[in-house]
Ligand binder design. Sequence first.
Ligand SMILES: [Fe+2]
Length: 185
Amino acid sequence: MTTDYLSLITKHTQGEHPQTVPAFIIHSALVTKKALDIAQNYNTRHPDVNIDRRLLEEMGMLHDIGIFSTENPDLHTTGQGEYITHIDRGAEILIAEGAAHLAGACRTHTGITREQAITRGLPLADENHMPETMEEEILCLADFFYSKRFDSLFYERSAEEVREHLRPYGQAAVQVFDDLAAKYL
Ligand SMILES: [Fe+2]
């Protein structure tokens, strides 16, 4: 089963801010390419492991589709709810679109542990928000390297810069990155 992610992106970005839509597409494409590169390199070292590259591509291009359902002045999105809820809203959108197999990409791509969600009081659904499949883990790892800030869309963080970015969220957040990096990079 393949999902026509280009049509889904068009459908769910109708009427959104003229800067946010291309920024979303640039970010999604860069994260997708990073994820596919990580998968390819991993497969070079582990040729017997099956990573679904088409699935990874669809997940990468749709993982942030929920941002338009949240309110974020920096991104000019005018939905409702805190930005972090884009991970649950995106999953809901994809389930409603008959693409439930991609919902995990939305829900888990930020690598938020249950403990972090509780400690930080995040308004998230009481569901798992940690990546489980290899494709989810690789997407989560790839997403750490890129921001959606309009002034640095194309900047790829170094591993140390990723850690610096995550440190304010606690050691557990840095550990999620370090564990994924140790496994896949
Ligand atoms: Fe992202």
